[in-house]
Every structure is written in C-alpha cells, then in structure tokens.
Design a protein around this ligand. Sequence first.
Ligand SMILES: Cc1cc2nc3c(=O)[nH]c(=O)nc-3n(C[C@H](O)[C@H](O)[C@H](O)COP(=O)(O)O)c2cc1C
Length: 192
Amino acid sequence: MKILSICGSPRKGNSEAILNRLKQELEKKGIENEIILLRNKNIQRCNGCVEYCNKNLDCHHDDDMAEIREKMIDADGYIFAMPNYFAMPPGLFKDFIDKCSILYTTETDLTSKRAIVISVGTDLENIKENVRNISENFCSILKIKVIAKGAFVSRSELKGNDNDIFENGLNQDIEQQLKNMAEELAESLKKD
Ligand SMILES: Cc1cc2nc3c(=O)[nH]c(=O)nc-3n(C[C@H](O)[C@H](O)[C@H](O)COP(=O)(O)O)c2cc1C
C-alpha cells in the first residue's frame, strides 16, 4: 500500500509536522508514505486554456504537476494537509487543485482512492469550513472518498516559530486522533 501526502503550506509549519507524524504511524503499519511539499515544487498556475487541455488531454506547462499527477494515480490513498487562510486553502494548494483538473478532463478513475483531509489554523470554525470545502468539492468532484477529516488549532504566531501544534494544549488528543486516522486509512484500503 502506498499513501501520497500533499502538504499545502508555503512554510515548514504545522501541516508538515502533522504529515511527518502520520508518516511514522503509517510506516509502523508497513505502509509506504511519500510526503510532497508543494512549496518545494515548481507548479505553474493554471491559465485556463481549456481549449488546449480538453483537446490534447494534457497540460501544456512543463512543471512538476505531471509527476505529481502520476504519483496520485499510482498511490492507493492520499493525505491532504494545509493551513486555513480565510476558510480556504493557501494559493499554493489551490494551484495544485486547479492543475488536478486534467485528472477530471481525462476521466481518470480515482474511485478506489481514499483520503484524509486536514487543515490547521487559528479559528476552528474556519478550519472546519476549509476541510469541508476540500472534501466536498475537490475530493468529491474527482471521486476520491474522504474517510477521515482533521481540524487542528495552531497559535504559532504567539510562540514565535513555525510549529506549535503538538505543544500548544489546544489539541489535547491530537496524537490519538492522528493514530486513529492512520488506522482508518489502513483499514479502508484493506477492505478494497
Ligand atoms: C494569509 C493568512 C491568512 C490566514 N487566515 C486565517 C483564517 O482566516 N482563519 C484561521 O483560522 N487562520 C488563518 N490563518 C492562520 C494560519 O492558518 C495558521 O497560522 C496555520 O497554522 C498555518 O499553517 P502552517 O503552520 O501549516 O503553515 C492565516 C494565516 C495567513 C498567513
């Protein structure tokens, strides 16, 4: 089993720390897990030339998205983790979403894929709205089944560094929640 994690934070922050923790959990179960840090990738913004991609069933950009899409097709499941910016994902993650539209255009079958969607931020309601949006729009349109969702509160700006999610006392059961998510993902893939 192979899980692909996509980190949508533009910095080395809480989203990345959560994905690293999940990777440890998955690897304990013998599940391969690759983390893709979008901030380190060359992803050109979709410029909406649907005349080209619909006709050629390909994107004209020579960027890293072709490889990422291949990895998505190859993986059994995904973990999408990102900050919450105004109850939406950061532009970096939205660029990734838009460049996944080729998967829709080409009618790529992702129905067997399972996903966890996680967001972090300062306001829990905002974070949940972002998670809902990613699950019910992006994942749902691509027919990726979301089997677990996580919304975690961070206050890194108060701590003065990039990552406080495991120590700020605002997510007391975060370790257990992540363990449960890894377990649910593993179980859901076994059933298929
Ligand atoms: C441009 C920007 C907008 C933000 N907007 C919100 C927001 O509307 N609601 C919220 O809960 N947090 C908001 N935040 C806080 C981030 O979600 C929070 O710092 C998060 O921990 C960042 O995730 P990361 O550590 O993975 O980078 C915003 C942060 C930035 C930089």
